[in-house]
Ligand binder design. Structure first.
Ligand code: GLY
Length: 427
């Protein structure tokens, strides 16, 4: 089986590594990929948000399966264009991708299908925002409706702060994405990610995981695209798993079916487990999460390529599916200054040493080749992923891998997965 994968981050590098373990996989082409992936597999420097460019590339490569990694091309309907030309695609069409592309659409979907989530108001003017804030107590949650590269959510402690955030979104801080806003009730609790795969009939779950969004230890500092993740979440017991399935996963699948929304791809459930133990949806994403995927895929214990192909063909029920009873931790190394301004072109050393360690792998995100040397090219640069029979073992191995790597100004959190070390929920 030959595969074409679209994307360029740590998530896509994790997908390449998972596909490589599948015995039936031949050629894996990636567009556009990154420096780390290009050392392992052919990469094509094309614009993956351009449906015509994607059709041209797919026609030239004629893959058995196209996997679309990020939300951008999914929301633009690249999967629809490819399917129209007869390609077998893992990734929802434009209609299914609205679950991530429009937060107001997703919230209305949840409301129609009785799926628990925070109460919300949709606002298209500053006076709508003021009215929505007047109904609530701080902290206030303001969200841009459309895609905003993970930056479109503000938690404000005062009405003034909330109104300022809304004004800057209305003024175009996120382009068209911020012309409609949501004001939501704040949800306290513990966050949990469930990555699933569905063909619209069958829905399978991968290992549970948890992202670390803030830049500094102890969940301090600004939000980032993700500083690390671990899988599975030890406090997710059978009772809560069952409740999530009954109250969230199954109603979501039934909702897609009853509204005749075709869906073949990954469906990400960002959940909040309230202090009372009730699961609620924070957000859907229509793709695998980053950096959760980097920790979750090493625990998939069956033929990943076969499973994704079966999903893309609408035959997911027939695909073997099992998860190893092991643990994985991903520590992200970032450039100095990220998520603000950061330098690029800084030489990186030590990746080979880290990868020579057993149960440790290094996945590239923001790297490039300059004069034959590997250098930084993004905010999130590398993911050091380790597995172990225990969470403790995976943590120790991941940090030993991190110690091997150096580049000027490298930053990483030292507490990935550590707050749940002693077992039990963190709060
Ligand atoms: N980890 C959150 C995301 O992928 O958007």
């Amino acid at each position: 089986m030959n595969v074409l994968l679209l994307g360029s981050g740590g998530r896509e590098h994790a997908i390449v590594r998972a596909l490589r373990k599948s015995p039936g996989v031949g050629r894996i082409d990636v567009a556009p990929g990154n420096a780390g992936m290009s050392a392992e597999t052919p990469c094509h420097p094309v614009d993956i948000t351009n449906p015509d460019a994607m059709l041209e590339l797919a026609a030239a490569l004629n893959p058995d399966l196209v996997i679309i990694g990020p939300e951008g091309p999914l929301c633009l309907g690249v999967a629809d264009s490819l399917r129209k030309e007869g390609h077998v695609v893992f990734g929802p069409g434009r209609q299914g991708a609205m679950l991530e592309g429009s937060k107001s659409y997703a919230k209305a979907f949840m409301k129609r299908h009785g799926i628990p989530t925070a109460d919300f108001d949709i606002c298209v003017s500053p006076s709508d925002v003021s009215a929505a804030l007047a109904k609530r107590r701080p902290p206030f949650v303001i969200k841009a409706d459309g895609l905003a590269a993970g930056k479109g959510v503000v938690i404000a402690d005062t009405v003034r702060e909330a109104e300022d955030a809304a004004s800057s979104m209305f003024a175009g801080a996120f382009g068209e994405s911020g012309k409609t806003l949501l004001v939501e009730d704040f949800m306290a609790g513990d966050e949990l990610t469930l990555l699933t795969v569905t063909d619209g009939t069958t829905l399978r779950t991968l290992a549970s995981s948890q992202d670390h969004k803030r830049v500094f230890d102890g969940d301090k500092g600004p939000n980032t695209g993700g500083m690390g993740a671990f899988a599975p979440v030890p406090w997710l017991d059978a009772g809560l798993t069952d409740r999530i399935r009954r109250e969230i996963l199954e109603p979501t699948l039934r909702g897609l079916q009853s509204e005749r929304i075709p869906y073949r791809g990954a469906l990400y459930f960002g959940l909040m487990i309230t202090p009372e133990g009730a699961p609620k949806v924070v957000e859907y994403n229509v793709r695998f999460g980053d950096p959760e995927t980097q920790a979750v895929l090493p625990l998939f214990a069956d033929d990943f390529a076969r499973a994704l192909l079966a999903c893309a063909e609408g035959k997911l029920e027939s695909a073997p599916w099992s998860i190893a009873a092991r643990h994985a931790v991903d520590v992200v190394l970032t450039s100095n200054g990220y998520p603000g301004k950061y330098p690029a072109g800084i030489p990186i050393t030590g990746i080979r040493e880290a990868e020579s360690m057993e149960h440790v792998s290094v996945l590239h995100a923001g790297t490039a080749l300059k004069d034959g040397r590997l250098v930084t090219s993004g905010g999130r640069v590398l993911n050091v992923v380790a597995t172990g029979d225990t969470l403790e073992e995976a943590i120790e191995r991941a940090y030993r891998g991190v110690e091997c790597i150096s580049f000027d100004g490298a930053h990483f959190r030292k507490d990935i997965a550590r707050k749940i070390r002693k077992g039990g929920r963190p709060s």
